[in-house]
Every structure is written in C-alpha cells, then in structure tokens.
Design a protein around this ligand. Structure first.
Ligand SMILES: *Cc1c(COP(=O)(O)O)cnc(C)c1O
Length: 470
C-alpha cells in the first residue's frame, strides 16, 4: 500500500455516529448498554487504523465493523465471576470459593435480602439492637462458650482479638506455630499490624512449657496457640497442649488465645477421618479466646468467629476495629441457617455440602465414579482411553494437613491430543472444568463433582475431542 492509499483508507473509515446509528437498528445490540457500544466502536476503529498503518489487510465495511463491535461489546459485558466445575477433589478449594452453602442458607439469604429486617433493632423495645445477636446465642450453644462475635473472616478475627487483648504487649508464640496461610496471612505480620510484639519461643520442631515460662516478662500480654493448619511436623517433635498453656496462664494471670483456623463443630473421627479438636474442646480446655473460619470445615459463609470469655468478648465489641470488620446481613443470614443444622449432627452431615463431600463413603464415591465413567465412555469412548484410578482427595482450606481421603477417579488419556492441552481446553470451556494431571493422565475426582454435572463434563469433553479430531 502506498502512503496515499493508506491516507485514502483512513479517510474512508466510517464515522462513529454512523456506526452507532447502525447498531441501534441491529437486534443483536439490543441488550448491550450504549456506553459499552460506544467504547466498542472506538476500539474497533482503533484496531482498523492500526492495521492500515501496519499494512495489514483489513476489510473496511459497515457489516464487518459492526460484527467486530459486537464481539468486543460481548466480551466487555461477559460476567467475570462465573461458576466452575470442581473436579479436583479438593473440597475446600480457596481458589474456587471454599465452602458451598447449604440450601437453607441460600433461602435465608433471599428472605433477608428482599425485605427489611431487625438487623439492629430490638423488636420488643423498639430500641437499637446488636447485629451479632442473630447468631451469638447459637454459637455459644454449639461450642459451650460464654460469648461470641462474628467478623468478616478469621484473619480479621485474629487481628481484632490480638489488638483488643494485647496491643503494645508481648505475645508469646511457639516457633513451630509461626505459620503462613495462603501467602498473605502470616502470623508475625498480623501480630505487628495488630500492634503486638511477637515473642517467639522454643524451636521449629520442639517447644516446651518451660520455654513459655522463661519468656514471661512484665510486658507479657498473651499466650497464643496457632493451629498449624496446612503443614505437619513429623519425627522428633514436642508441643505444649492448650490445657497446659491454660494452667500456666491461670498461674501467671496471662490470658490464652487459640487460632484454630478451620475450627470444626463436629468430631470427624466418627466418620473415619483423623481426630481433630473441635471448637468445644478448645473452649473446654479453658482458652480465653478461640477464633476460627466460617467457610472452612464449618461449611458456611466467609466469616471469622470469635468465642470465649464474656468479659473479653465485651472488650472486643467495644474496639473500633470491630466496626471495620463487621459482617453483612446476608452473611449473618447464611451463617444462622448453617449453624442451626448443627443442632442435629446427622442433618448437618446430610445438608451441608462441605460435610457431605468430606464424609462421602468410598462406596458412594465409587457409585459417582461409575456414573461419570459410563457417561464419558458413551460420549467419547472412541477418542480416548478411559479408566478408573484409586487415588486420594484432599480436604483443603488448611484443614487436616497431610490427610488423604481415598477416592476413585476417572482418568482420561486422549488419542489425538496431549493431556496438558486437554486440561487447558477443559479449563477454558463454559462452564470451566477444573481437573488435574497425574501420571500423564487427565484426572476427574467425583468427590467434588455435584450431581448432574457428569453430563456437562462429558459433553464438554466430546466437544473438545471431536473438534480436535476433525
Ligand atoms: C485459614 C486460617 C486463617 C485465615 O482464615 P480466613 O478465614 O481465611 O481469613 C487464619 N489462621 C489459621 C490457622 C488458618 O488456618
């Protein structure tokens, strides 16, 4: 193209107003906001201008520009937060949104969101009420604690509790418990942000009661125990039990706090999982304050739950930080409904998705695997090797470190596509399907696949592999 040709082409580009007028008459633009269409006209023309200047052949007519505008506009209005299918077997997958809410919670969210509520009104007196009252009695009933408060998440709960109890004082923590959770939550950092002075004691693998004892100074404000959550130290180890730390605290008049992380309300050992101390156990051991997450093993909405002695919780309620970390009414609605189910453990296991998936029997997993296998075999049996593999699922969310839950997966090895390319295509599908690769096979773990998703997985596989085969 000569310079004058380029000039001619640029001059001949249709105008913005003309294209906008055309889009108004075009049905496919009906549901797209004008502001988005305007932006897509500008972008489409910009692309064409660049192509002309770079000597790239570009059709310049109203129809092709309108088509390009439509593609750009659709991309702009596409929802960013979308559903994905979790075929990883990791039940509490932080990247995939952690706990799925139970039906009761969903119904209660809708009920409370659509109408005014008594969120901060005492109906009996007509006076101002306290928002946490929707759940604090229930939490106390389920944990045996004197008092409770709920905040935005457990990181917030730890920050708030440390700041309230121990600002400007030394907080004694074992070196084996200075953990990092999910990259941005590190005990030493939270400690300094809450205005406390970290006093490390013991060693990575062994800490004894006398380490805590000798660390006590005039300025000691708290003993803190942190659940190691996402890792486990094995071999020559020693740690101080919460009970022993509590008696040292009683003798020396120093409060004791435990950050449980996951915090379960039921004893999972009854269901074949390793014993994990419940929140009630920690309360019974005499900790002044215990904090845990609402969307880990509890299976509820994102929250941080703080339970403990009434005086300490009252102090926390008065801390101005509490207002900055307060929970929304929808969260409270979901939490109330989820917690209510725990009054009947059998019901909780059946209705709370996290508990249901974690306690799924191997027999039931095999049934799910069978259905998935048969559906996939029927759709793409001629394009891939499909088999079973007995592997392990993981609970995730920093709960039960190292625990492997026996599971039966379906494995896929395509004939004409690499396993890594299949994994990418499944992830880019709508809805996105998140599986994993192990031993050069694409793995689908039925534990976290919800009823009815088998057909979606299978038809997505078929679309990808058949298109590739043509
Ligand atoms: C997960 C976890 C946290 C952070 O809880 P969030 O609810 O994710 O804020 C803090 N402490 C421990 C020990 C944890 O396992």
């Amino acid at each position: 193209m000569t310079r004058s040709d380029k000039h001619e082409n640029l001059k001949n580009l249709p105008g913005i107003d003309h294209l906008l007028e055309l889009s108004k008459k075009n049905k496919s633009f009906l549901d797209i906001p004008r502001s988005v269409i305007l932006e897509s006209v500008r972008t489409a023309l910009e692309i064409i201008r660049k192509n002309i200047l770079a000597n790239i052949e570009t059709p310049i007519n109203d129809d092709t520009i309108l088509m390009q505008m439509h593609v750009l506009a659709k991309e702009k209005i596409r929802p960013r937060l979308v559903n994905v299918i979790n075929a990883t077997g990791v039940v509490l997958h932080t990247n995939l949104g952690r706990a799925l809410l139970c039906d009761d919670a969903l119904k209660n969210i809708t009920r409370i969101a659509q109408s005014y509520s008594n969120l901060e009104l005492k109906i009996e007196t007509g006076k101002r009420g306290i928002r946490y009252e929707a759940v604090d009695e229930l939490i106390c009933e389920l944990t045996g604690a004197q008092s409770a408060i709920v905040v935005n998440n457990n990181a917030g709960a730890v920050l708030l509790a440390l700041n309230t109890i121990a600002e400007n004082t030394q907080v004694v923590v074992s070196r084996g418990e200075l953990v990092e959770i999910g990259g941005s939550f590190r005990i030493p950092d939270v400690m300094s942000k809450s205005g406390c002075i970290l006093k490390e004691v013991g060693t990575t693998n062994r800490t004894h009661l006398k380490d805590y004892e000798t660390a006590i100074s005039d300025n000691t404000g708290l003993f803190l125990k942190v659940h190691a959550s996402n890792y486990k130290i094995e071999g020559f180890t020693a740690s101080v039990s919460l009970k022993d730390l509590v008696s040292l605290g009683k003798n020396t008049n120093i409060p004791v706090m435990e950050d449980l992380g996951s915090g379960t309300l039921i004893d999972f050992s009854k269901y074949g999982l390793p014993p994990e101390p419940t929140v009630a156990d920690s309360v019974r051991s005499g900790a002044d304050i215990v904090t845990f997450s609402g969307d880990k093993l509890l299976g509820g909405p994102q929250t941080g739950i703080i339970v403990g002695r009434k005086e300490t919780i009252d102090q926390i309620k008065k801390n101005p930080l509490t207002r900055a970390l307060r929970v929304d009414k929808l969260t409270l609605a979901a939490l109330e409904s989820t917690l209510k189910l725990y009054r009947d453990e059998e019901k909780a296991i059946r209705k709370i998705p996290t508990l249901r998936m974690l306690t799924l029997s191997f027999k039931d997993i095999c049934k799910k695997a069978d259905l998935l296998f048969k559906t996939i075999k029927k759709d793409i049996g001629f394009l891939a090797d499909i088999d079973f593999a007995d592997l392990n699922s993981r609970p995730g969310g920093g709960s039960f470190p190292e625990l492997n839950l026996p599971t039966r997966c379906v494995t896929i090895q395509p004939e004409n596509m690499s396993v890594s390319k299949l994994e990418i295509n499944m992830r880019l599908a709508t809805p996105a399907i998140i599986g994993r690769i192990e031993n050069n096979q694409y793995i689908l773990d039925p534990r976290t696949i919800q009823d009815g998703q088998e057909a979606i997985i299978s038809s997505t596989l078929a679309k990808i592999l058949i298109k590739n085969d043509q």
